[in-house]
Ligand binder design. Structure first.
Ligand code: 2OP
Length: 312
C-alpha cells in the first residue's frame, strides 16, 4: 500500500500519541477521530505542522465524523475511560463496552475491509467485543497488550542487568491485567537466560513490577493511565500489519485450539502482517506456566461472558 489510511479513534493522550508515532514513522495518512468538537481537528492540525520539521510525507486530519474514516486499512481504537488510582482495568468494562461497541459499528460501516487494533481496556474483553460488533474475520481483529507489558519487563530487566533494553527479550502472555503471565523461562538477555545474570529475588521483583506496571504509572499521574508506551506498542503492531513485516509480537489474538483456549482473544505470540494476525505461535509451557496461563484465560472468559449477558 503506497498510502495506507489509518484511523485512530480517541484523541486523548493515547490516541493523539498513536497519531504522533504513526506520523513520525510515516506509516500512512492518519485520520484522528473524537466526539469532542475540535479536539481531534486541533491536535491533527498541530501534528500536521510538525511535518516540515519531522520530515514525514503523509497527512493527518482530525474530525468528529466517521465519514472521513471511509476506506481505512487499519483502525486503532483507543477511546473509552482510563482508570484512576485504585481502579482495575476490569472496572472499565461496562462503560467502555458501550463506547467501543458504538465506535466499531461506525468504523466497519465506513470501512468494511478495516483491520481493528484495539487498545481500550479491559483490552482482551474489548477486542472480543470489537470482533462481535464488527462481524469481521477473527484474524482482522487484534488487541494491544503484550507488546506493552513485555516492553515494561524488558525495561526492568535491562535496568537490573545494566544492559541495553534492545538486547533483552521478554514475553508476557495471557490477559492484560493482574493475571498476566510474564514468561521468565522464555526471556533472555542477549540470548542468555535471566537466571544467569539476575538473582531469583531480582527476577521475582521484575515479574511483580511488570504486573503492576500500569498501576504504577496511574498512581504517579493520578488523572489517567500510561500513554507513550501503549501508543508506541500499538503503532509497532500497526506497522507490522501495514508493511507486512511478519513480526512475532505478543498480541491479544483469537485462539481456539491454540493453547486450548477455546475461542477467545487473549495475549499470545502472533505473527502480524498483511491481513492482520497471520498465525498464533505456541510456546512450550511447563506445568506452572500452563496453570498461570489457564487462570489468566479463565479471567478473560469471565469478562467476555459478563459482556454477553449484557448483550455485547
Ligand atoms: C497500561 O497498562 C493503559 O492498560 C494500559 O498502562
Amino acid at each position: 500500500m503506497t498510502h495506507p489510511k489509518i484511523t485512530v479513534v480517541g484523541a486523548g493522550n493515547v490516541g493523539a500519541t498513536c497519531a504522533l508515532w504513526a506520523a513520525a514513522r510515516d506509516l500512512g495518512d492518519v485520520v484522528l477521530v473524537d466526539i469532542v468538537d475540535g479536539l481531534a481537528a486541533g491536535k491533527a492540525l498541530d501534528l500536521q505542522q510538525t511535518a516540515p520539521i519531522m520530515g514525514f510525507a503523509h497527512g493527518i486530519t482530525g474530525t468528529t465524523d466517521y465519514e472521513a474514516t471511509a476506506g481505512s486499512d487499519l483502525a486503532i481504537v483507543t477511546a473509552g475511560l482510563a482508570r484512576k488510582p485504585g481502579m482495575s482495568r476490569d472496572d472499565l468494562l461496562i462503560k467502555n463496552a458501550e463506547i467501543v461497541s458504538g465506535i466499531i459499528k461506525e468504523l466497519v460501516s465506513a470501512s468494511p475491509d478495516v483491520i481493528l487494533l484495539v487498545v481500550s481496556n479491559p483490552v482482551d474483553a474489548m477486542t472480543s467485543l470489537a470482533h462481535r460488533a464488527g462481524g469481521l474475520r477473527t484474524r482482522r481483529v487484534v488487541g494491544m497488550a503484550g507488546v506493552l507489558d513485555s516492553a515494561r519487563m524488558r525495561t526492568f530487566i535491562a535496568e537490573a542487568a545494566d544492559v541495553s533494553p534492545k538486547d533483552v527479550q521478554a514475553y508476557v502472555l495471557g490477559g492484560h491485567g493482574d493475571t498476566m503471565v510474564p514468561l521468565v523461562r522464555h526471556s533472555q538477555i542477549g540470548g542468555v537466560p535471566l537466571a544467569a545474570r539476575l538473582s531469583a529475588e531480582q527476577i521475582e521483583g521484575i515479574v511483580e513490577r511488570t504486573r503492576g506496571g500500569g498501576a504504577e504509572i496511574v498512581g504517579l499521574l493520578k488523572t489517567g493511565s500510561a500513554f507513550y508506551a501503549p501508543a508506541a506498542a500499538a503503532v509497532t503492531m500497526a506497522q507490522s500489519i501495514l508493511r507486512d513485516e511478519r513480526r512475532v509480537l505478543p498480541s491479544a489474538a483469537y485462539c481456539d485450539a491454540e493453547y486450548g483456549v477455546g475461542g477467545y482473544f487473549v495475549g499470545v505470540p502472533a505473527r502480524l502482517g498483511t491481513g492482520g494476525v497471520m498465525e498464533v505461535l505456541e510456546f512450550d509451557l511447563n506445568a506452572d506456566e500452563r496453570a498461570a496461563f489457564n487462570s489468566s484465560v479463565a479471567h478473560v472468559k469471565a469478562l467476555v461472558e459478563k459482556l454477553a449477558e449484557l448483550g455485547y
